[in-house]
Write a protein that binds this ligand. Structure first.
Ligand code: C2E
Ligand code: CA
Ligand code: CA
Ligand code: CA
Length: 278
């Protein structure tokens, strides 16, 4: 029943068990994943293109279940959101991310900042601001070294988004808009938000230089960020050509397989320790 997918993820054919039964099984297993130590984080470096310097990492959650193998976030994040488990998971991810920043520092590696993804469901609960503040205090990570990544859907679909976002800004954490350009945020909204960073979505990067429309969109986002005094980072950079294109058009920050895949904390340490002024 199992077959190894392209990324080493294993898939189950829905016909084997029925989609409903499969989902229920996954849900039950997911609920126990944290206590069973099946959840861990990978970290993907964010790099300054011209110098190659490490400017940060993005924390990406992983679920390794003994029966299911490595389950892709696109499969279990939506499930976690539907069942409410995302609150527990999101808290775990945030705590672990902040702790890891301190551990790297203790091991001699200074990682300037860590980016952590937040789900829209975490905002619906309302206590997000306290949770972030508590975790920062408990771990001792300076607020400006944490950057929360919000998608446009978080901003547009949360009634009190502006309030939460302003409160998060007030405690000193950085904010980024993830997958920028794929959602439906209005540009007027953008102007009001205390957001410092736009992340150009991978879908606009992947066909550069073949697709001139994507090139035009990437350039437009870079210019928009500049005129709003925001920094712009491109995600999904896989080739030297793409990096050169970005640099040429004024975007000096990138994340993607060209620089590094998401990897374990130890691998980040080994690769970047002593790799320059970092
Ligand atoms: P995202 O936030 O847009 O994260 C970037 C995704 O692109 C990651 O997939 C990463 O592994 C992948 N990626 C990075 N560079 C490249 C590249 O050069 N080429 C290609 N083809 N892919 C690249 P991943 O880790 O599977 O995560 C998928 C999505 O799951 C994330 O998209 C994010 O929306 C969500 N996610 C991951 N971790 C968390 C988390 O802790 N909390 C929440 N709420 N969502 C998470
Ligand atoms: Ca992200
Ligand atoms: Ca993306
Ligand atoms: Ca995303």
């Amino acid at each position: 029943a199992k077959a190894r997918g392209r990324n080493g993820y294993r898939f189950y054919a829905p016909s084997m068990t029925g989609e409903g039964a499969e989902r229920l099984r996954l849900e039950t297993m997911l609920r126990r994943s944290i206590e069973k130590n099946e959840i861990f984080l990978n970290y993907q470096p964010q790099v300054e293109i011209d110098s190659g310097r490490l400017i940060g990492v993005e924390a990406l959650v992983r679920w390794n279940n003994p029966e299911l193998g490595l389950v892709a976030p696109v499969r279990f994040i939506p499930l976690a959101e539907d069942t409410g488990f995302i609150n527990q998971l999101g808290k775990w991810v945030l705590y672990e991310s902040c702790r890891q920043m301190i551990r790297w520092q203790e091991d001699g590696l200074y990682v300037p900042k860590i980016a952590v993804n937040l789900s829209v469901k975490q905002f619906e609960r309302g206590s997000i601001v306290c949770m972030v503040a508590d975790i920062l205090e408990e771990t001792g990570l300076a607020p400006h070294r944490l950057q929360l990544e919000l998608t446009e859907s978080v901003i547009m679909n949360t009634g009190d988004a502006l309030v939460f976002i302003n409160d998060l800004h007030a405690i000193g954490v950085g904010l980024a808009i993830d997958d920028f350009g794929t959602g439906y945020s209005s540009l007027a909204y953008l102007k009001q938000l205390p957001v410092q960073t736009l992340k150009i979505d991978r879908s606009f990067i992947k066909d550069i230089p073949a697709d001139s429309d994507d090139e035009a969109i990437a350039i437009a986002i870079i210019q928009l960020g500049k005129s709003l005094n925001m920094s712009v980072i491109a995600e999904g950079v896989e080739t030297a050509d793409q990096a050169a294109f970005l640099l040429r058009h004024g975007c000096n920050q990138a994340q993607g397989y060209f620089y590094s895949r998401p990897e374990l904390a130890q691998a980040v340490l080994e690769r970047w320790l002593g790799a320059g002024e970092g």
